[in-house]
Design a binder for this molecule. Structure first.
Ligand code: 8YV
Length: 320
């Protein structure tokens, strides 16, 4: 039996690569530099499916240019704001993503950024490395203790819920904003807010865990920042597009936002250079899911989804 042809544009962990090569006629065309639409369409000539990642934008024009042979697109990510889902659906192309399997890893980076920002880890390390540490003093690197503080989570999907679980272990009280209220067994005592206003005033720490895309673009703008308690910590491990960088930078400068921990940036790998001058911003290069465990599981899950679609089944990771 001939194997289905799969174009793979993302560099995969070895076990995933081996499985792809065994189960598919795998055409590896990996890149760390985003390709343009026509280049993807050219590479996809004659393939049944494509395995891509968030660095490649599959907009309506790119999807429109794909050959008719393409029946499935798998993305090596939970987020799919880089793919025009409506355009794919219109062409009868199923899109599969990798939710859940990266939730713990991403929540761990969220917790790390909350701790690191509140306890000024970046500043402390820079002081030491610069040879500027003069010794212990009672007012050196005073930060915010997390225990007893309120953590507001925007987006209580599986990453948000894992973060809530971890933060409870640090003695934090959980507040959340979500499209729908969670059932009690998932809410676990977290306080649901039906308005941004009541939510924001309750955020000693705000963690952004909602999807990117047009509906959430610049959700954290100057008006919402103004509702946060003075000195709040802001953490984003979701998508840079949710934050109005100019507004956050202004608030970090004025001290209205005390600290920020950011793993994602609008336009990444480019980002607003204003962050670089701010000692109270802890910055990471999109490392949320970068554990061996998560990356292998993501690759396997994406392959599962593609294989199911090509076999005429509906996989659990089909983007609806
Ligand atoms: C991915 C992510 O590692 O899954 C997502 O949506 O943002 C990341 O954790 C990355 O985008 C690879 O495609």
């Amino acid at each position: 039996m001939t194997k289905p042809a799969l174009l793979i544009t993302v560099r995969l962990p070895e076990p995933v690569k081996a499985r792809a090569a065994q189960a598919f006629e795998a055409r590896f065309a990996t890149t760390d530099t985003p390709r343009t639409g026509p280049a993807i369409a050219d590479l996809a000539h004659g393939v049944d499916a494509i395995l891509t990642s968030t660095i490649e934008r599959l907009d309506a024009a790119t999807i429109g240019a794909l050959p008719d042979s393409v029946r499935a697109i798998g993305t090596f990510s939970a987020g799919y704001d880089h793919i025009d889902i409506a355009a794919a659906r219109a062409r009868g192309i199923a899109v599969c993503n990798t939710p859940d399997v990266l939730s713990v890893a991403t929540a761990e980076i969220g917790m790390l950024l909350i701790l690191g920002a509140a306890r000024r880890v970046g500043e402390g390390e820079r002081l030491l490395r610069a040879g500027a540490w003069k010794g212990w003093s009672p007012d050196l690197m005073i930060g915010m203790q997390l225990s007893g503080k309120r953590l507001g989570i925007l987006g209580m999907g599986s990453i948000g819920r894992n973060l809530a679980r971890m933060a409870r272990g640090f003695g934090m009280e959980i507040h959340y904003r979500n499209r729908t209220r969670l059932p009690p067994e998932q809410e676990l005592g977290a306080i649901h807010h039906t308005s941004d206003d009541s939510f924001l005033v309750a955020c000693d720490v705000l963690s952004i865990n909602a999807p990117g895309g047009a509906a959430t673009r610049h959700w954290l703008n100057a008006a919402r920042i103004a509702r946060l308690p003075r000195g709040a910590v802001v953490v984003n491990t979701a998508r840079g597009s949710l934050v109005d960088d100019a507004a956050l930078i202004a608030a970090l400068k004025s001290g209205h936002v005390g600290y920020a921990g950011l793993d994602v940036f609008e336009g990444e790998p480019n980002f607003n250079p204003g962050y670089l001058d701010l000692p109270n911003a802890l910055l990471l290069p999109h490392m949320g899911s970068s554990t061996r465990e998560a990356r292998e599981a993501m690759g396997m899950y994406a392959l599962d989804g593609i294989a199911a679609v090509l076999a005429g089944r509906t996989p659990p990771n089909l983007v609806k």
